[in-house]
Design a protein around this ligand. Structure first.
Ligand code: GLA
Length: 683
């Protein structure tokens, strides 16, 4: 029973209170004795928790042997939560197969590219394409749906957990079989595949489907299109698993919405989430901050992109941390104000649920040093006091829930296929990092105090005045056409090095780079000129380039040179160009300028497009503005990006929440955001 999922939010039981923000955590009661459960419910109420994600890693407890089902403990905790007024986002519990299953069926274990088995002992040790695993997982999902479909605490289904976190790439024989089926559906004939993969190179011509393998360890670089298709296939294979579990749930409990937690964050790149978003009733995301100079920018970037793939509808922040994680080289505790600031920045970009991993910090296991809402220190702790304050504050903001993101005038175009393809091996440089380039542009927008949406390819561009498409490497004909029309209709497009180079089969567009965008940009490049690690070049606008340079020839009289190289082999030649096309323009940045370096050129391009910041000038760059709204009402989220107080003169409206700072407006003074503080203003 496939249904085209349209946005559906949490199911509301008859006796549910008025909608507002969902607030809570992953809850793992099986790690604790029963007496703790009662304390948990009491503390959850104290903290304002109204939802938990339950049973994510409970398979071994629910089904301790093939034909043994033990639901008693789960029934009890479901009832306790309901009695406590806490809703449940219930997992299908299929994330981590128990030891009896992998002992009985070792053929479900994933295989690495070198043929090595991924053994049990951690979690998610299953092949996405294993028919045996699928059978057991769907049986468990069926049992869960039959048992809890009518439970009044149930408000959503949570399929598996972070699909692909550890098992996105599997090179087993199951994967090989499924890959061939996927390829046959994509290409129809072996001949068409031979063409797409360019198999006349290195005598790779296939004559039968059965000869085709995943890109396992090979003597040299595996075929690039085979690699790209394997990435597409691997994302699709896990999406298929999501769909299979979802179909069971839709059949048995059609009224309960289904989600799964994405990981739109950092370098997690295996799952094409813009594509997956169509398969869930509402988008959920997990996000963990990587501390560092761009840590907060990256949080905003991820939340922003999540809001876009959610189609502008509210989404669910399924996990983030109250303080330190346990899996970075050094795990930093959050400083005062960061817990609320990080959570509210997600809300600013459209989250209607704020949940953590996890409710109570584990005493045993690999995550015992991962923070939680109730830390090892217990409720008498700053973390618990902070989460309790945030719970109350989300209550004060309840009118914001259900509002949607107000689009910005500028956007960054994010393209999963370009991310995958541009970082493959056997390229001009192995140092290129797609997401970092995109993040640098986003940081520059933040530093200039100009709002930008992060949108994925396929999203409507027509409403934007300026679109930055960094390293847009894969440009099929249709995308080239779309970008041309965007510019012809008055849009301002900015793109960078290594863009427009290949089509969807990873075949180079011929005649000079940037192939598919050459005419639009009015430039031609005969040969790539990447820079060795550690080498840089200077530009006459004062910026410095690394990673890449291009020997650019202008092919159109109307192209303006915005900056030229002043050092290196390209000295005197154009580095940044811009071609005016009617009211629009197409600009090209041929080197990596870094987060600070792109600021100058971005400011000029924004100026040319007539786009400017909405905040009072002194606050621009120090405060991030994100806007949600419904009807004629706007909500301004003002997030202090610094560790200093920031004044916000001229910001009017009703203050709904302020995490740190002071509202001095009645005394004729400005609103002040404290260090890392957040204000929400209704306008
Ligand atoms: C992921 C998982 C959780 C937990 C956290 C720790 O997000 O889904 O189960 O392991 O990471 O940060």
């Amino acid at each position: 029973m496939t249904r085209a999922p349209s946005p559906r939010w949490l199911r509301r039981p008859h006796d549910a209170p008025a909608p507002g923000f969902a607030y809570g955590a992953d809850y793992n009661p099986e790690q604790w004795p029963r007496e703790v459960w009662h304390e948990d419910i009491r503390l959850m109420r104290e903290a304002g928790v109204n939802i938990v994600s339950l049973a994510i890693f409970s398979w071994a407890r629910i089904q301790p042997a093939p034909d043994v089902w033990e639901f008693g403990w789960l029934d009890e905790i479901m009832d306790l939560l309901h009695a406590g007024g806490i809703s449940v986002d219930l997992a299908t519990a299929t994330a981590s197969p128990p030891p009896w299953l992998t002992t009985l069926h070792p053929e479900i274990l994933p295989v690495g590219p070198h043929g090595e088995t991924v053994w049990p002992g951690a979690r998610q040790h299953w092949r996405p394409t294993s028919p045996v695993f699928r059978t057991y997982a769907l049986k468990l999902a069926t049992k869960m749906a039959e048992r809890y479909g009518d439970h009044p605490a149930l408000v959503a289904w949570h399929v598996s957990n972070e699909l692909g976190c550890h098992n996105i790439y599997d090179f087993s024989d199951d994967a090989a079989r499924a890959f061939r089926i996927w390829l046959a559906a994509r290409y129809g004939t072996v001949e068409a595949l031979n063409h797409a993969w360019g198999t006349d190179f290195w005598s790779q011509r296939y004559t039968e489907w059965g000869q085709i393998l995943p890109p396992r360890l090979a003597a040299s670089h595996p075929n690039p299109t085979q690699q790209l298709d394997f990435k597409r296939f691997s994302s699709d294979a896990l999406k298929e698993h999501l769909r299979a579990e979802r179909e069971v749930l839709y059949r048995l409990t059609p009224e309960v919405p289904v989600t799964t937690n994405f990981m739109v964050m950092g370098e997690t790149k295996g799952m094409h989430y813009a594509d997956w978003a169509r398969e869930v009733d509402f988008v959920s995301n997990d996000h963990y901050v990587h501390p560092g100079p761009q840590g907060l920018d990256e949080l905003s970037f991820s939340a922003n992109l999540t809001g876009s793939i959610a189609g502008g509808h509210p989404w669910f922040l399924m996990e983030h941390s109250t303080s330190a994680v346990n899996w970075q080289p050094v795990n930093l505790a959050k400083r005062e104000g960061e817990l609320a600031r990080d959570s509210l920045l997600h809300v600013a970009h459209g989250a209607d649920a704020v949940c953590y991993f996890q409710w109570r910090q584990s005493a045993a296991g690999a995550e015992k040093y991962h923070s939680a809402m109730v830390p090892h220190a217990g409720p008498d702790s700053e973390v618990f006091r902070s989460v309790t304050r945030l719970g109350a504050l989300l209550g004060d903001l309840s009118e914001v829930a259900g509002s949607t993101r107000r689009p910005a005038r500028a956007a960054i175009l994010f393209d999963w296929e370009s991310w995958w393809a541009s970082e493959q091996d056997s390229h001009p440089s192995s140092l290129l990092r797609y997401r970092q380039e995109a993040l640098d542009w986003y940081s520059a927008f933040l530093a200039l105090g100009v709002r930008a949406d992060v949108v994925h390819t396929g999203a409507e561009l027509a409403g934007y005045d300026l679109v930055v498409a960094p390293v847009l490497h894969v440009v099929p004909r249709a995308l080239a056409k779309e970008l041309n029309s965007f510019v012809e209709n008055g849009g301002h497009l900015v793109t960078t090095y290594f863009s427009g180079v290949v089509d969807e089969n990873d075949h180079a567009w011929l005649g000079g780079y940037p192939g598919a965008l050459r005419d639009l940009l009015g430039i031609r490049i005969e040969e790539f000129a990447p820079l060795p690690d550690g080498r840089s070049v200077t530009l006459d606008d004062g910026s410095t380039g690394t990673l890449w340079t291009d020997p650019i020839t202008l092919t159109d009289d109307t192209v303006e040179v915005l900056a030229s190289y002043t050092s290196g082999d390209r000295a005197g030649r154009p580095a940044i160009t811009r071609r005016a096309v009617g009211r629009g323009s197409a600009a090209y940045v041929s080197t990596r300028l870094g987060a600070e370096g792109v600021r100058g050129v971005l400011a000029r391009l924004l100026d040319g497009a007539g786009v400017s910041g909405e905040l009072p000038a002194p606050a621009r760059g120090r405060v991030e503005l994100a806007v949600r709204g419904h009807g004629a009402t706007d909500y301004w989220f003002l997030v202090n990006r610094t560790d200093e107080p920031v004044e916000l003169p001229g910001v009017d409206g009703t203050l709904l929440a302020l995490t740190a700072g002071a509202d001095q407006r009645s005394a004729g003074q400005p609103l002040v955001l404290g260090p890392r503080g957040v204000a929400v203003v209704r306008r």
